[in-house]
Design a protein around this ligand. Structure first.
Ligand code: OOG
Ligand code: MG
Length: 253
């Protein structure tokens, strides 16, 4: 089997916003193979001029694992093409069937190239913010196996970050609300993220190190959603309100 070809298939699906069949329907590959396909698919993005900006963790909450039927933590890569301004507009047609989910994100101040403890992770972090992640599986009906979703860069599609706060503020049990057009559609707590979002960052350092991905200073790391993700619509306002971290929002056009 040709991993480069599979990487091109998922990249083209993302680039053209055209859903594809699950790769696992036709091919057999394991989790390590999936991360190699993901790495190769990012090479396609870099070749188009995109830059790596950070990483995201996925399935760090029970709510997400249940929603998607996948029960292992995953990680993916975020590029500059995925980032939108807080309060700005997001082009809906760039996506296939996008969903939004409330997240917490970390801004890294010092290069990380090994697994860190929580204390070390804190000393490597500059600041913390509320964020919304847009996920858009490239697979038909948003259905996938663990191997499929990793190969598809863990559905990574968009990131909107709220105001930054000091890295030492408590984030263990913050109320997180996702609103669509002013209506609360998900309510959760940051405690749903592995019991403490800092554990998502240490997991990111472990997995990135395992797969040879350095985390440069200035990287943004998403901890994983605290609640199930919700389908978005065109012409909608999407907002996350996180206790003490404030508001992050965008409109779809
Ligand atoms: C995979 C991405 C999971 C999270 O926050 O748990 C994720 C998906 O649900 O399509 O980003
Ligand atoms: Mg997410």
């Amino acid at each position: 089997m040709n991993f480069s070809q599979l990487a091109e298939t998922v990249d083209q699906a993302a680039h053209s916003a055209q859903a594809i069949a699950q790769l696992s329907a036709e091919h057999q590959f394991n989790v390590d193979d999936s991360y190699e396909i993901q790495r190769l698919s990012l090479e396609q993005r870099y070749a188009r001029g995109e830059k790596l900006i950070g990483l995201k963790m996925g399935f760090t909450s029970e709510a997400k694992m249940k929603q998607m039927g996948v029960h292992d933590m995953i990680w993916g890569r975020l590029t500059d093409d995925m980032f939108y301004k807080n309060g700005g507009e997001v082009p809906f047609d760039k996506y296939i069937h996008p969903r939004a989910e409330p997240e917490i994100c970390f801004l890294i101040k010092e290069k990380i190239d090994r697994e860190l403890t929580v204390a070390e992770a804190k000393s490597h972090t500059e600041s913390i913010a509320a964020a919304i992640e847009i996920i858009d599986s490239r697979y038909q009906n948003f259905k996938f196996s663990l191997e499929d979703v990793i190969a598809d860069n863990c559905s990574s599609a968009g990131v909107i970050i709220g105001p930054w706060h000091k890295h030492n503020m408590p984030i263990k049990n913050l109320k997180m609300v996702l609103e669509m057009d002013g209506v609360p559609v998900q309510i959760g707590s940051s405690a749903a993220i592995l019991g403490d979002p800092w554990l998502a960052l240490t997991a990111a350092t472990r997995l990135a190190t395992q797969y040879g991905q350095e985390i440069p200073a200035g990287s943004v790391i998403l901890a994983g959603a605290a609640t199930p993700a919700m389908y978005m619509k065109k012409g909608q306002t999407v907002k996350a309100i996180v206790e003490h971290l404030g508001v992050v929002e965008f409109g779809t056009v």
